[in-house]
Design a protein around this ligand. Structure first.
Ligand SMILES: [Zn+2]
Length: 384
């Protein structure tokens, strides 16, 4: 078994950008885990080109600790990298490459400890949960969790190794992604009253979304930064020529909700503003002007549970006094919703995630290795 750093580099060499298959990486990880005697299960997406891997070392019993990470990474398209993002390299005291922090650093370190877990006299199982499609709305892990429910596998808790600089994070926001397709009516742009520009409608909608963002600031939870639910549009397209009223426009937007808040209410408010404030104006020139709205993914937030055994374990083993909250989403909300208490603790910083020249400090990987060794040691002790 290669050492942790070599394994992290190896995992990064698989281009598992979310739009691609992750099967080569999953095959590789499964083979390594099976060499340590792990019992493995897979759950596939509809295309069969992506899979989650769930592996167990130790007794065939309820309980045990899940080490959870996603295998997919965000695209490098349009980013300026100083080195090949898929050929990780150490420069100074940092490892550079796509996924070093988010989150092949954690997955590689966890994988490197499989032989140690196999040799330890585990009283409770150590599980490895490696998912697909986390970066496109935490959608893949749902299949893994429903497979566990079906197979009646009941881990005691999950440690999700998203980059927290090895701090203990006990709560995060939820997230919902929405696609909107605006339909206008083509015409000469010199006569906007005789048609409807879908691009103009989409633009007004984006302004409405920022109005909703202001409304949402009335509901605050100071543990989060920012302390309120946010809305953002970050993809917009439409139109064919400057002098043609645009027939089509598309927007992809999201809301990031404080835990416990219902994203459907935000979507309903957006729809209401679109129907009452935007469409009527454009229907004067184009009675058929309309929009379609589709929620493409949604994942729950993770509410801070002061009695969470996952948080307690992570605090005990890391020595952390504080339990932090983060604004970004993780698979922890899905685990917790399925009755598996979850905590987030992993190497690297979210500040490096998704950026060119993503890196993870080598001492973060070392700290992660030490932490996970303690998790394995804990599983050799009798249940509390
Ligand atoms: Zn991530």
């Amino acid at each position: 078994m290669p050492a942790a750093l070599e394994l992290v580099k190896k995992l990064i060499s698989f281009d598992t950008t979310s739009r691609l298959s992750n099967l080569a990486l999953i095959d590789f990880a499964q083979e390594l885990l099976e060499q340590s005697g792990a019992r493995c299960r897979r759950s596939y997406d509809a295309s069969g080109k992506k899979a989650n891997l769930f592996a167990t070392i130790g007794p065939d019993a309820d309980g045990g600790y899940v080490l959870s990470g996603h295998t997919d990474v965000v695209p490098v398209d349009g980013q300026e990298w100083s080195s090949d993002p898929f050929a990780a390299e150490v420069r100074g005291d940092k490892l550079y490459g796509r996924g070093t922090s988010d989150m092949k650093g954690f997955v590689g370190v966890a994988l490197s400890l499989a032989p140690e877990a196999a040799k330890a006299k585990l009283k409770r199982p150590i599980h490895f949960a490696f998912s697909y499609d986390e970066e496109v709305g935490c959608t893949g892990v749902s299949g893994l969790i429903s497979d566990l429910v079906k197979a009646k596998i009941k881990p005691a808790l999950a440690i999700v190794g998203e980059p927290t600089l090895m701090k203990v994070v006990g709560a995060h926001k939820g997230g919902t992604a929405v696609k909107m397709h605006w339909h206008g009516l083509e015409g000469h742009s010199s006569a906007p009253h005789k048609g409807a520009s879908a691009v103009m409608m989409a633009g007004e909608f984006i302004a409405a979304l920022s109005q909703i963002g202001v409304e949402l600031q009335d509901d605050q939870d100071p543990r989060f930064d920012p302390p309120y639910t946010t809305t953002q549009a970050n993809i917009v397209s439409g139109g064919t020529a400057l002098n043609i009223l645009a027939k089509e426009a598309r927007i992809v937007w999201e809301c990031r909700t404080l835990p416990g808040r219902d994203p459907a209410k935000v979507v309903a408010r957006a729809k209401e503003l679109a129907e009452t404030q935007i469409l009527p104006k454009y229907k004067r020139g184009a009675p058929d002007a309309s929009f379609d709205i589709t929620v493409t993914s949604t994942y729950p937030g993770l509410a801070l549970d002061p009695d969470s055994p996952a948080v307690a374990l992570a605090r005990e083993l890391s020595g952390a006094n504080a339990v932090e909250t983060v604004a970004y989403g993780t698979e922890a909300g899905h685990f917790a919703s399925a009755g598996i208490p979850a905590v987030i603790c992993g190497p690297g910083s979210i500040d490096q995630a998704h950026k060119p020249d993503e890196f993870c400090a080598l001492n973060e990987l070392d700290a992660c290795e030490a932490f996970l060794r303690k998790v394995i040691a804990k599983a050799t002790q009798p249940s509390p």
